[in-house]
Ligand binder design. Structure first.
Ligand code: SAM
Ligand code: SF4
Length: 351
């Protein structure tokens, strides 16, 4: 009796004013990255002014404290992202300490895959089972154009190693007209040939205004039409039995030769999933953000460093949840503007 009423109090703290339960925390553990994807980070040279100063990055101790408090409130799922999380020294010890947080049911990781071959086994033994790997092309020359580095083979090797070790791997492909639209079919076939789910993500106008070009945008509905020409798409046959898996609408694609795979579409712009959003993000300099596409943030770092108690931090988390906006207006903005909608850098906020 006592524990169930305690559970109720915990979960009530996580309900926002639109009745969504916020159970999922995403941490940008660094804004540093070993790639410069054209849609995400400024090209090399602009670095020093746009990166968060080292002293302003949250330490692992600070991150662990925030996670422990958030999990104590009832949050149960965590994603490590960035920037590139695998470039931060000490990440394995950090993951091992997260794995000891009671009540934290799942720790996931998003990576560009550059260091995956090297670190996959250690990630697995630290307790990670679910990896999202970003890959927008399977052509080495094009990989250089998109990311600024000749590292396709290394990333590919990392993906294979992760699959061999038994990770559940999802490939994230940002869909860009005139850049990788001739590879969508190849990616979908890959999902049917290997044990990976491929998820196409709509290009978003975030942070890096030099790279935003609305003529490159492709709506998920258009992407789906392209993939549907390859075979049959069944919405009901997903492993969860549901069409939505987090923000992704997932289908089972069956090719004419009988091979099947899972293909997802993430459409933050054309089809908001805001009414189901269960996320909070912690930026690399310790600012809690209730929505990727709204610039409002709560400064937890200053609270921590000025001696805030666990109770103060819990209150700040709860207030951020209560301030979570109902949704975003990116679709309207996209139609009318060439401007980026949200001004934080994606790598700082955590994609
Ligand atoms: N470095 C890691 C990686 O690339 O997977 C993690 C951080 S990255 C910011 C997380 C995700 O955000 C990646 O899948 C990336 O493709 C996506 N992303 C970054 N900028 C984007 C944009 N402007 N539109 C859509 N997706 C974007
Ligand atoms: Fe780095 Fe990921 Fe951004 Fe690419 S998308 S620049 S890999 S943080």
């Amino acid at each position: 009796m006592y524990s169930s009423s305690k559970e109720k109090i915990k979960s009530e703290q996580l309900i926002d004013q639109y009745s969504r339960t916020i159970s999922y925390l995403r941490l940008s553990i660094t804004d540093r990255c070993n790639l410069r994807c054209l849609y995400c980070m400024p090209q090399r040279g602009a670095d020093s002014s746009s990166l968060v100063k080292y002293a302003d990055l949250l330490s692992y101790e600070e991150l662990l404290r925030i996670v422990t408090i958030a999990v104590g409130m009832g949050m149960n799922k965590l994603r490590l992202t960035g920037g590139e999380p695998l470039v931060r020294n000490g990440i394995m010890d950090f993951i091992r300490s997260l794995a000891e947080v009671k009540g934290l049911e799942e720790i996931r990781l998003t990576t560009n895959g550059v260091l995956l071959h090297e670190k996959a086994a250690e990630l697995y033994s630290a307790g990670i089972r679910n990896l999202n790997v970003s890959l927008d092309t399977m052509r080495p020359e094009r990989f250089i154009k998109i990311t600024g580095s000749d590292l396709f083979a290394q990333v590919w090797q990392g993906i294979q190693t992760a699959c061999d070790l038994g990770f559940n791997v999802k490939l994230n492909v940002v869909a860009m007209k005139g850049i990788n639209d001739d590879e969508f079919a190849d990616f979908a076939r890959l999902a049917a040939q290997r044990a990976v789910q491929v998820r196409f993500i709509e290009f978003m106008p975030i942070g890096n205004k030099e790279s935003w070009d609305k003529t490159r945008f492709i709506a998920a509905s258009e992407l789906k039409e392209i993939i549907a020409t390859l075979g049959t798409m069944d919405a009901g046959a997903t492993s969860s039995g549901s069409r939505m898996e987090g923000p992704a609408r997932v289908y089972r694609l069956t090719l004419p030769d009988g091979k099947t795979g899972r293909v997802g579409f993430i459409s933050p712009i054309s089809h908001h999933f805001c009414d189901k959003c269960n996320r909070l993000r912690l930026t690399s300099e310790g600012r809690l953000r209730a929505c990727l596409l709204h610039d409002h943030e709560t400064d937890l770092k200053t609270l921590l460093r000025q001696g805030g108690t666990d109770n103060d931090i819990q209150t700040a988390i709860q207030q951020t949840i209560l301030a979570k906006p109902k949704g975003h207006t990116l679709q309207d903005d996209l139609a009318g503007s060439d401007q980026v909608n949200c001004h934080g850098q994606m790598s700082r906020i955590g994609g």
